[in-house]
Design a protein around this ligand. Structure first.
Ligand code: HDE
Length: 692
């Protein structure tokens, strides 16, 4: 797919789904509508006539506007972009989009939460789904992954039980978008294979700062096949060039009320702003022989391959550069499936993956209501396709020729099998033998060593957040026997200190030694599991709240705005109300929003402008809360002018992310570095003293 082809597709889309500007309203059949306000009545005050086809056309469609929401991953945001391959991938794969470095492959990405319904909030503690559809010249390839490298369960047959347990409870549909409830933890406590994944879901990975700063993982082991038909096993990773970042738990809780669309808005804004998010798609590539030597099974989706064993090979990069035009037509109707592969990529026998290969298509048949769902524009391949599939609801394709079967003689046996064509898909001839069994392999029996590996590999503050998250979630569990079972059967087998902390928080006892027979893992810590391994390279698209009152120094406002612009960041001036404020020299300062309406949790940093009377500030509870909350959430702020007095009033001590100065320029460099770091974790202990 060349840039020109890309442009052609866009032009075709634009023509087919034309812009409404300058057009008049019509019915679905194109009849112009003269009156869209009144239905057709028998007399001025009379009954509505059945004859009113304009009314019927409108209501009949409206009545059917919803389709079943996804049973999981219902809440999402979607965006378009492109993928570019790096050189040298033909060693591993013959997939055209991964080896042809001269083309850009169009992609569509959908990022989702798992538990909540379509209308739930964004910043819940949850896994993020991260699906990518590559519209390649060899057909559509879908990478349907998560932002966490492992999964809860080992076998697809357990998935409906797991999902029932995590979703809102059956009897009252509570809670929304949360795993902090009895049935989820009951399931966890009774299925020790979930231990590793729960350390990730209780970690900061599950409360991302934004969706531009999450990693993606294919989770399962897949295969890459090269032109010589040689196979390598792979684990896919995609790593954000923006770095990885989280919010603190109190921010997450507040964001869900103050801006439930926080993540969706952020992604859309960044793309509109031209700050296109980018990820490097890579893979850990290894052979069956290498994998056979490791002390875990690569077919077990509750295990990751530590990067100490196999580093990630970069394969290409992808960029998101276009927002959707219509949420339903694109983000809601897009149909991903791990079964959508192209020549050069194949599956492994991971029993979770094997079940997924069936489940997604089955879901689409239910949700989209027709086997023709691949003809919906967002799902349609961009390469030519020739099938003998005919009929079915909502068939859009009009086929030419007489033959709808193969082989045929009436149309010269076209479309015919692509026999011997290296572009055709052939399954990797993996040798299989064995008895038919419902069995879990012994090599899947170690449920704890990688849970411990993950926990031990994290920084102190990340470990503390995990402790706090287990304590928070379990404190919401009503049944004491479930709380106890999580401590006794899961936590003590991950880490004794973790178990003791959670037990203390819940007023329970923790066993003093592990209760399971533990497997001694060869690798004890891994460098790439901490978020700190993925720092941000800049402060592009970060949002800075600039607080002003009447009497503010307009020169300082200008200096902050100019600096933010030079960093590709966003400075927004917030005042007590939306009216412009008067600067100290009588100038009007334009205002972007109200301090009350644009809360601190939606910003990365704050600057309090000098010039306004300190007493005014002291009396303004909203502004003072703004600064206190910014402090509480470990974010940097600048207090211009004589604001050290304010620090005193607020009872805050100076630290490395608080800047007091008369001249913004003097602290701009250090302020930038603090914003780049996102949060000052060293402040966390002290910040506990500040009320939430
Ligand atoms: Fe999914 N999953 N899943 N899942 N999953 C769905 O498909 C399923 C699993 C993931 O943006 C559903 O179209 C089974 C792992 C994402 O549209 C459904 C099993 C991973 C998305 C389904 C799993 C995922 C889904 C619901 C265990 C990470 C959103 C609606 C065998 C690698 C896709 C739909 C999108 C969605 C089934 C486990 C990721 C029901 C049976 C592991 C990102 O078909």
């Amino acid at each position: 797919m060349t840039k020109k082809d890309n442009a052609k597709i866009k032009q075709f889309e634009d023509e087919a789904f034309s812009d409404p500007k300058g057009t008049e309203l019509t019915t679905s059949l194109g009849v112009k509508v003269e009156d869209n306000q009144n239905s057709l009545k028998a007399g001025e005050r009379g009954a509505t006539l059945l004859e009113d086809f304009l009314l019927r056309d409108k209501l009949i469609h409206f009545d059917r506007e919803r389709i079943p929401e996804r049973v999981v991953h219902a809440r999402a945001v979607g965006a378009h972009g492109y993928f570019e391959a790096y050189e040298g991938n033909d060693k591993w794969t013959k997939a055209d989009f991964l080896t042809n470095t001269k083309t850009q492959t169009p992609i569509f990405v959908r990022i989702s939460t798992v538990q909540g319904g379509r209308g739930s909030a964004d910043v819940v503690r949850d896994v993020r789904g991260f699906s990518i559809k590559f519209y390649t010249q060899q057909g559509n390839y879908d990478l349907v992954g998560n932002n966490i490298p492992v999964f809860f369960i080992q076998d697809a047959i357990k998935f409906p039980d797991f999902v029932h347990a995590v979703k809102p409870e059956d009897h009252n549909e509570i809670p929304t978008g949360q795993s902090a409830h009895d049935t989820f933890w009951d399931f966890i406590s009774l299925n020790t294979e979930t231990a590793h994944m729960t350390t990730w879901v209780m970690s900061d990975r599950a409360i991302p700062r934004n969706l531009r700063s999450i990693q993606g993982f294919g989770v399962h082991t897949f295969r890459l096949i090269n032109a010589k038909n040689e196979a390598h096993l792979v684990k896919f990773h995609w790593t954000p060039k923006q770095g990885v970042a989280q919010v603190v738990w109190d921010e997450a809780l507040k964001l869900n009320g103050k801006d439930p669309d926080f993540h969706r808005r952020d992604l859309t804004d960044a793309i509109n702003q031209g700050n296109y998010p980018e990820w490097v798609l890579g893979a850990q590539i290894f052979t069956e022989e290498e994998a056979a030597k490791w002390d875990f099974d690569v077919l077990d989706p509750t295990k990751l391959v530590p990067e100490e064993l196999v580093p990630v090979t970069p394969l290409g990069k992808f960029v998101l550069n276009r927002n959707t035009d219509e949420f339903f037509a694109e983000t809601e109707q897009v149909a991903f499936s791990p079964a959508n592969v192209v020549p050069g990529i194949d599956f492994s026998n991971d029993p979770l993956l094997q079940g997924r290969l069936f489940s997604y298509t089955d879901t689409h048949l239910h949700r989209l209501g027709t086997p023709n769902f691949n003809q919906i524009p967002i799902n349609k391949p961009v390469c030519p396709y020739h099938t003998n599939r005919r009929g079915g609801f909502a068939n859009h394709d009009i086929h030419k020729g007489q033959a709808n079967y193969e082989p045929n003689s009436v149309d010269g046996n076209y479309p015919r099998e692509a026999k011997g064509n290296p572009q055709a898909f052939t399954s990797y001839a993996e040798k299989v033998e064995g008895s038919k069994l419902r069995i879990r392999p012994e090599s899947f029996a170690d449920h704890f060593s990688q849970a411990t590996l993950n926990y031990k590999s994290l920084k102190k503050h990340e470990q503390q957040h995990i402790k706090d998250a287990y304590a928070f979630e379990l404190s919401k569990v009503k049944r004491e026997e479930i709380r106890k079972r999580v401590i006794d059967q899961i936590l003590v087998n991950i880490d004794l200190d973790l178990a003791q902390f959670v037990a203390d928080e819940l007023g329970l006892d923790a066993p003093k030694k592990p209760t399971a027979k533990l497997h001694e893992a060869k690798i004890k810590t891994s460098e790439k599991l901490t978020i700190e391994a993925f720092p941000a390279p800049d402060i592009k698209q970060r949002k800075i709240a600039v607080l002003v009152h009447d009497g503010a120094n307009s020169a300082s406002v200008d200096a902050v705005k100019k600096w933010a612009e030079s960093e590709n960041a966003i400075a927004e001036v917030l005042a007590p109300n939306a009216a412009p404020v008067k600067s100290k020299n009588g100038k009007e300062i334009a205002v972007d929003g109200r301090q009350n309406g644009e809360p601190s949790v939606t910003y990365d940093a704050v600057v309090v402008i000098d010039g306004n009377n300190l007493d005014t500030f002291k009396k303004d509870g909203v502004a003072r809360h703004y600064v206190l909350e910014t402090y509480k959430h470990l974010k940097p702020f600048v207090l211009l002018g004589d604001k050290e007095a304010l620090l005193d009033t607020l009872g805050l001590e100076p630290d490395a992310a608080i800047f007091t100065t008369d001249d913004f320029k003097a602290v701009a460099k250090d302020f930038k570095a603090a914003i780049q770091d996102h949060r000052l974790w060293d402040r966390e202990e002290k910040a506990k003293a500040v009320p939430a």
